[in-house]
Design a protein around this ligand. Structure first.
Ligand code: ZN
Length: 190
């Protein structure tokens, strides 16, 4: 079922989501919620969606990038369901990338992200997973995990003057950003 995505200003986005009880991951309730997150993300052409964005305060998010029309420059990420995810940074380096969010309509802004991270958590079968993510994709994971802690990308902006509408981004920033993304992908492989 496609759920309503709440927008910035809605208190649901500011809630710290609660961990899912491991024994409940395979329950119908959690499995249906995961299906709804995937369907809602795909319907909105999102690169990811966190449960807090549909006003469910549980630590679950889904990520998928497959030739995304909202972000044509993003490298693909296969569908990933993360439950109770945690991130550790593997480098002090940071990359500055433009992000957008289904909960912050029509805006993009520059955020600093760690380009090498390790993520651990559970998948939808309740199996523990851990993997390294790099480059642009690492930023996508950090964006979704932030939602589980009540943060949106605008909170992470070092310089709020980079905030731009999507139309202005396309006019003023997209060409340069595409080149930056290509060099990040070349350097980090994703
Ligand atoms: Zn978001």
């Amino acid at each position: 079922m496609i759920r309503k995505i709440v927008q910035i200003g809605n208190p649901a986005l500011r809630q710290i989501a609660k961990a899912v009880n491991e024994s409940e991951i395979t329950s119908d309730e959690i499995q249906n919620l995961i299906d709804d997150l995937i369907e809602t993300m795909r319907n909105a052409n999102g690169a990811g969606l966190a449960a807090t964005q549909i006003a469910v305060p549980l630590r679950i998010c889904v990520i998928e990038v497959n030739k995304n029309p909202r972000y044509p420059y993003k490298p693909d990420i296969p569908l990933t369901v993360l439950i109770n995810p945690k991130i550790a940074f593997l480098t002090d380096e940071r990359i500055s990338v433009y992000e957008g969010c289904l909960s912050v309509p029509n805006l993009r802004g520059q955020v600093d992200r760690c380009p090498e991270i390790i993520i651990e958590g559970f998948d939808r079968e309740g199996k523990s997973v851990n993997f390294v993510s790099k480059g642009i994709s690492a930023g996508t994971f950090q964006h979704e995990l932030d939602h589980l802690d009540g943060l949106v990308f605008t909170d992470r902006m070092r310089d709020t003057s980079s905030l731009t509408t999507i139309d202005e981004f396309a006019l003023n920033n997209e060409e340069e950003f595409k080149e930056q993304v290509m060099s990040i992908v070349e350097h980090y492989g994703s």
